[in-house]
Design a protein around this ligand. Structure first.
Ligand code: NAD
Length: 545
C-alpha cells in the first residue's frame, strides 16, 4: 500500500514510483466506496456546500470500457457567477486572507492527512483511474504527490509570507522600508485531465497557503476527484468560498453558445487566472485577460527530448527503464513526456531492440486490475488523434514498432492505444514536431553533441529535456545549452514539491511556475512600504522661506 512505503513522500510527483506498486489491484471495498463518494460530491461545490447546477448535467464515460459511469454538473453563467461571488466574499470580507498564516498552515496539514487516510486515498484512486484511465498504482502515486504538496506549502508558507525589511542604504537615515507579502486575491484555476487531482492541487495548495480564494474548474473529461476535494478542504477548516469547484465545458457548450470555462475566464471579478492545458486554450486565457490587464499563468504542452550518448551502452537496463518512464507513464499523456528520443547512431539498433522488448512487457488493460501497467487514453477523441498521428507517420515513411493489443471483450470499446515506437522519421514530420500526447515515442539518431543539442532545441516548446551519459561534465555542458524550464540528467519525469516546474520564458510551453517557492509566489502580491521618521525632516524642495 502507498502508506506503507516511507520513501514515497520523498518522491513527490515522481511518476516513476508508481511502478513499485504495479502489482496492486484496486481493493473491492474502495470500489464500492468510490460510488458513494461520486454520488455525494459530483455537484458544484460553492460556499462549502454541494449544490446542483442550473446548466444540468453531463454524462461521464469511462475510458476503460467506453461506458457511462457517472455524471457531472454543467455550470451555467449564473452558476459560475455564484462561485466567483462566493470567492470574492471570502477574500474581501472573511478573515481568510488576513488571518495568521499559521492558521492556514494547520488547515493545509489537515487536508494532507485526510488525503493519506487509507479509505479516502483508495476511493479517490479508484475514481481517478476510472475517470481518466490511469492504472490504480499511478493514481496512488498522484495522491501521494497531492498530500506531499499540501504539506510542503504548509512548511514553506510562514517563511515565504513573512514581511522583510530591506536595507535602504547607509545615507537614508530618516527612512525605513518593509516589503509585505500579501495574498493576490480571487484566482480562477483551470486544469486538464491527465493528472486531474494533482494538477488542481499544484494550484489550490499554494493559493490557499497564500490566503487566496479559488474557483477551480477541472476538465469535463475527468472532474470527479476535484469535486471530492471541495469537502476535504471544507472539513479541514477552510471558510466558505476559500475553494469553490465548478464543473462543465468546454468542449461542451451551454444553451446560448457559451461554456463554463469561458464564463469563468470572462468574469470581471477574478484577480488572476492560472491555467494548465493546451496552447490553443492558453491563447483564449490571454485573450480574456488582455482587456482586464489581468495576470495569467500558463502551463502548456511540450515535445521534450531525451538525448542518449554512446557511453550509455554500459548501462542499458537502467537507461531503457528511464526512457520508458519518460514516455509510457500515464499512457504518454504527460506534458513533460520525453517523447523524442535522440540516440547516438552507434546505439540506435540495439536500443530500438531493447525498447521493443520493453513494450512487449507492458500489460495494457483495465487500470483497476492487478499488474496493469498501462490503461487507455482519456477519450475517444484522444484515441483517434493518437492513432491518426501513428498512421500519418507511416504514410510519411516512418517505421512503426509496436505490439498488437490483446484486450478482453469487455474492454474492446475502451480507448486503448498500443505502446508504439516510431523510427526513420523526417525532421519535418508531424510525429517528430507535434505533441502527440499518447504512448508514442519518436526516435532519431545523431552523430555529434552539437547535432543532438540542435535537434533537441529545434522545437517551439521549452518545457523539459533529458540527457543520459556517464560523463558528468558532458551532461552538465549539454544541460546548460538545452532551452527548457527543466532538464533531467540520467533520469526523466522526477520532480519534487520543492523544485519549480514551468516552461522556459519566451518559448511555447507557457510562463509562470508550479511547485517550489516560485509556485507559491504566483499567488502573492508584494507591497513596498516606505516610512519617514517624522522628526521634522523633509527634503526642503518646496520649503517656503
Ligand atoms: P485543454 O486546453 O483542452 O483543456 C484544459 C482545460 O481548459 C480544461 O479544463 C478545459 O475545459 C479548459 N478550456 C479549454 N478551452 C477553454 C476556454 N476557451 N475557456 C476556458 N476554459 C477552457 O487541454 P487538455 O486536453 O485538457 O490537456 C492536454 C494539454 O495540457 C496538453 O497540451 C498538455 O501538454 C497540457 N498540459 C500541460 C501541463 C504543464 O504543466 N505544462 C500539465 C498537464 C497538461
Amino acid at each position: 500500500m502507498l502508506r506503507a512505503l516511507p520513501c514515497v513522500s520523498a518522491l513527490p510527483r515522481c511518476r516513476a514510483t508508481s511502478r513499485w506498486f504495479s502489482e496492486m489491484a484496486a481493493p473491492a471495498e474502495a470500489i464500492s466506496k468510490a460510488d458513494d463518494v461520486i454520488s455525494r460530491t459530483s455537484r458544484l461545490f460553492i460556499d462549502n456546500q454541494y449544490v446542483e447546477a442550473e446548466g444540468g448535467r453531463l454524462p461521464v464515460l469511462s475510458p476503460v470500457d467506453g461506458k457511462p459511469f457517472a455524471s457531472i454538473a454543467h455550470a451555467s453563467a449564473r452558476d459560475v457567477d455564484r462561485a466567483v461571488q462566493s470567492a470574492r466574499r471570502c477574500f474581501d470580507h472573511d478573515c481568510w486572507p488576513q488571518q495568521d498564516v499559521q492558521a492556514r498552515v494547520e488547515i493545509l496539514k489537515r487536508i494532507a492527512a485526510a488525503l493519506r487516510t487509507p479509505e479516502v486515498c483508495d476511493a479517490l484512486c479508484v475514481i481517478e483511474s476510472r475517470d481518466c484511465g490511469k492504472p490504480f498504482s499511478e493514481s496512488q502515486g498522484d495522491l501521494g504527490v497531492c498530500a506531499d504538496t499540501f504539506d510542503y506549502y504548509a512548511e514553506v508558507a510562514p517563511e515565504t509570507m513573512k514581511t522583510t525589511y530591506p536595507s535602504v542604504g547607509a545615507g537614508a537615515t530618516h527612512f525605513y522600508a518593509r516589503i509585505a507579502v500579501e495574498p493576490l486575491g480571487v484566482v480562477g484555476c483551470i486544469t486538464p485531465w491527465n493528472f486531474p487531482l494533482m494538477q488542481a492541487v499544484l494550484k489550490v495548495a499554494p493559493a490557499l497557503a497564500a490566503g487566496c480564494a479559488v474557483v477551480l474548474k477541472p476538465s469535463p473529461l475527468a472532474s470527479l476527484t476535484c469535486c471530492a476535494l471541495g469537502e476535504l478542504v471544507a472539513a479541514a477548516g477552510a471558510p466558505p468560498g476559500a475553494l469553490n469547484v465548478i464543473t462543465g465545458g468546454p468542449p461542451e457548450v451551454l444553451e446560448g453558445g457559451g461554456s463554463t470555462g469561458q464564463y469563468l475566464i470572462d468574469h470581471s471579478m477574478l484577480d488572476k487566472v492560472s491555467f494548465t492545458g493546451s496552447g490553443s486554450a492558453g491563447q483564449k486565457m490571454l485573450e480574456a485577460s488582455a482587456s482586464k490587464l489581468r495576470p495569467t499563468c500558463l502551463e502548456l504542452g511540450g515535445k521534450s527530448a531525451f538525448i542518449v550518448f554512446e557511453d550509455a551502452a554500459d548501462d542499458l537496463d537502467h537507461l531503457v527503464d528511464w526512457v520508458m518512464v519518460g514516455i509510457f507513464q500515464c499512457t504518454g499523456q504527460v506534458c513533460s513526456a520525453t517523447s523524442r528520443l535522440l540516440i547516438h547512431e552507434s546505439l540506435e539498433a540495439k536500443l530500438v531492440e531493447r525498447l521493443l522488448e520493453g513494450i512487449r512487457s507492458i500489460k495494457v488493460g483495465d487500470p483497476l486490475q492487478k499488474g496493469t501497467l498501462m490503461g487507455p487514453v482519456v477519450s475517444e477523441g484522444q484515441q483517434q488523434k493518437v492513432l491518426g498521428m501513428i498512421q500519418q507517420a507511416e504514410a510519411d515513411g516512418g517505421k512503426i514498432h509496436s505490439v498488437p493489443l490483446e484486450l478482453p471483450k469487455e474492454l474492446q470499446q475502451g480507448y486503448y492505444v498500443p505502446p508504439t515506437v516510431l523510427s526513420n522519421l523526417a525532421e519535418s514530420s508531424a510525429a517528430w514536431k507535434q505533441e502527440i500526447f499518447g504512448p508514442v515515442l519518436a526516435i532519431r539518431s545523431f552523430r555529434t553533441e552539437e547535432e543532438a543539442i540542435r535537434l533537441a532545441n529545434d522545437t517551439p516548446y521549452g518545457l523539459a529535456n533529458a540527457v543520459w551519459s556517464a560523463d558528468r561534465a558532458r551532461t552538465q555542458r549539454v544541460a546548460a545549452q538545452l532551452k527548457s524550464g527543466v532538464v533531467w540528467e540520467n533520469c526523466s519525469q522526477v520532480l519534487f514539491p520543492s523544485t519549480p516546474f514551468g516552461g522556459r520564458q519566451g518559448k511555447a510551453s507557457g510562463f509562470g511556475f508550479e511547485q517550489g517557492i516560485a509556485g507559491l509566489k504566483e499567488f502573492v502580491s508584494e507591497k513596498t512600504v516606505i516610512t519617514g521618521d517624522r522628526t521634522g525632516y523633509s527634503w526642503g524642495v518646496y520649503k517656503q522661506s
